[in-house]
Design a protein around this ligand. Sequence first.
Ligand code: WTA
Length: 664
Amino acid sequence: MVNVAHTLENLHTERRTFKPPASFAAHANATSYEYKKAGVDRLEYWREAALRLSWKTPFTEILDWSDAPVSRWFHDGTLNACDNAVDRHVREGRGDRVAFHFVGEPGDTQTLTYADMHVRVQQAANALVSLGLTKGDRVAIYLPQIPEAVVAMLACARIGAIHSVVFGGFSTESLRQRIDDAEAKLVITADGGNRRGQHLALKPLVDEALASHGEGSAHPGVCESVEHVLVVRRTGQDTAWVEGRDVWWHDAVDHQSAEHEPAWVEAEHPLFILYTSGTTGTPKGLFHSTGGYLTGVAHTHRIVFDLKPESDVYWCTADVGWVTGHSYIVYGPMTNGATQVLYEGTPNSPHEGRWWEIVEQYKVTILYTAPTAIRTFMKWGETIPNQYDLSSLRLLGSVGEPINPEAWMWYRRVIGGDRCPVVDTWWQTETGAIMISPLPGVTASKPGSAMTPVPGISIDVVDDAGRPVANGEGGYLVVTEPWPSMLRGIWGNRHRYVSTYWNHFDGLYFAGDGAKKDVDGDLWLLGRVDDVMNVSGHRLTTTEIEHALVAHPWVAEAAVVGAADEVTGQAVVAFVIVRSDADGIPADGDEVASALREHVRRQIGALAKPRTILVVAELPKTRSGKIMRRLLRDVAEHREVGDVTTLADSSVMDAIRSGLEGGA
Ligand code: WTA
């Protein structure tokens, strides 16, 4: 673990506070009573939140913690997540409400009401059944940010199949690994998606992942679980076809009956698996329940985003391939009957005002995005957003990494016109739902602080021995009581679940983040204390990139660190030692670096491509052979190199330094 005190030094001493405007507070969904209620009886508080869902059979028990650290919530109740997200609104007379204003990157648009979604999810569910899918089967979804992605997820939920969405930016290798670990029976993909004016192919990557199985291949037996590939036509680009295996979405879905009875599942039935970076090289397949998860996301979405479903237009800019898209595009907002914007593309296609144009056009009232995007807009300059009418906005949210006070202030002033509360929401794939955040009608927020746990959530900051720290001190963030949307485990690996999250401190959930309590007891998140990096709000581990690098024939050894980066939060910096005897290795370090960057892109995906690769002669190691990443981080961040006394050979750092100054 990294020393938390080190990161603490970087923390601003921020004194400004911003109270909610009186007009906002007067109509807010959540008042301070919320904290009081949860404080009096936490379980009763969650029971009431769960009762807002539509249950097929009511539950009688709230929490069963007898198999700790695996929790069971509302376990004797049955329900269906798709029924809650879609059918219920139609049933209760809200079918005409717009569910999605979809905006494709090339400018194509679709308006989908809840009634439209109802037809689509039922047809898609019938198509899944006709392809042989049934309750408990796993489905890999590898799609661009288009309505079919949402429909596919909900159709899986509808039949009780477990989806595993793989972000479209991941490579063939990452996809293969995820399909395999979950033993997916079906892959849902598209010919391609639109990205910065280009057609980005997806189907060929699926083909490559699946082609590699069988005898004689490098990965015999891999992906053999897959029976069909369901392909959405999005870009219209040419697509290779495997007869018998591949099926067009429009052929399989469009002629289906628009009537399908949802599978009523027990509350603990897994809703989805989502892979995320852990501290070892292999991604973890975290899985979530149906009833507890849905309770957590719907409830937090209502109180943190203050959603007024009749009048708000809510836009979460995350991709559905990440947990933010799962919880705060699909399951939370739809369960609450929100009207949303869904945008396929990037913020600068075809121009740098694209997002603000969308806010103006659809009169977006609630915007939820990531600090890395905010810092990018800061860099592009405020004259761009200033050209658009952003007066419809009333609330702004941030997620994914610590937001620096400067970005927070810019977001509030330039985008929020100094009138919108900003909610900085801390949570993780593991937590399923928001855990720490201001309540926008209650909390006087401090720029850069996520403030306090949301009602019903018990969080603390502890020292090395697991003892709560005093106000003004920092330590490790832990959750002290089970919560409804907590992960139920790592797919197929209970031991790894227990050892990753529960073995650090007895009975406490270890989040992997450093945090500080300020003098008022408000929380400041300080970033990861393990080998997880946060690049543009995407989780990556140093180890998975190191594994990818050493898999290349030129590389003898590699060490990766996350270095501070003004825009992306952290950036991947790799130090590699090349093999002197490797065939065909270029003499030029830049050429080596660019080939290796491309190699990482192929192995993991573009998001993992190192910003910088430095070819070095040696890596700094302790006498026991452990790479001292702390020193490499100093180099990557252009700092004085810290204490080198524990190095086996203290001249190594001088050599690295002088090598860098000499060129790279
Ligand atoms: C970081 C994304 C500070 C944190 C929802 C966490 C944050 C990791 C914040 C989870 C925030 C997320 N302030 N740090 N508001 N939100 N993080 O699983 O390090 O992709 O552990 O979930 O992102 O990333 P994940």
